[in-house]
Design a protein around this ligand. Sequence first.
Ligand code: IPE
Ligand code: IPE
Ligand code: MG
Length: 237
Amino acid sequence: MADKEHFAQGLSIGIIMDGNGRWAKQRGLPRTAGHKRGAEVFQDITRYCNELGVESVFFYAFSTENWKRPFEEVSAIMKLFGEYLHKAFDYQKENNRVVFMGDRTALEPRYQSLMDEIEGKTQNNTGMTLNIAVNYGGRPEIVRAARLLAEKVQRGEMSPEQIDEAALSAAMYTRGQKDPDFILRPSGEKRLSNFMLWQAAYSEMVEMDVLWPDFTRHDLDLAIEEFNRRSRRFGGL
Ligand code: IPE
Ligand code: IPE
Ligand code: MG
């Protein structure tokens, strides 16, 4: 690696944490064992992103479509999320600003309170922004933004002509943050599955065959190196 100190400095990275179920199945374990391991990997990769000087990281933890799964699996994932919320206060000492993306009103009220509290307590932190998408979908996020802007127009706070890309971006959960430079999807799948549809307009896609519970710091190095080899043109030459 050329320059480990700087090769990830200032990057914005989306991560679709996928393959937990297949990892468990390979080992004859219940799918929930994969989610448990996946949650540990998430915490380690968060710390690593922080060490690398990443500016923003967006983790896809639970989609608006994942409610279709069996009740037991959804409950197990939510329980892990609740356990994480108690630990998330650690990120205070790591100086991370924590932002939750998604419709939290569908989550348990005590989780909602914790989420509000964590966001509030970390909002002035100056380190990496750690975004966690729970009950998140890219389309619902765009619908919500449209509604927020429509309400502003109705209240006379803005005119329809003032609705532009900047106004929409500012109405997203990710307001003020750089769009992801690349979106990483482990597990070999090659789709966005409703993740960051607005923000991914010019993101590079990096797919990897490793399953999320097996994902290591070295795999993130490989993904960043792959991204650094890409030539981005943004429609120009
Ligand atoms: C990702 O792993 C975790 C969530 C979607 C919550 P999966 O549970 O989708 O694992 P696979 O894709 O079935 O292997
Ligand atoms: C996307 O993975 C959602 C998360 C990783 C949280 P899925 O496993 O739900 O996506 P599909 O069903 O394969 O598209
Ligand atoms: Mg999956």
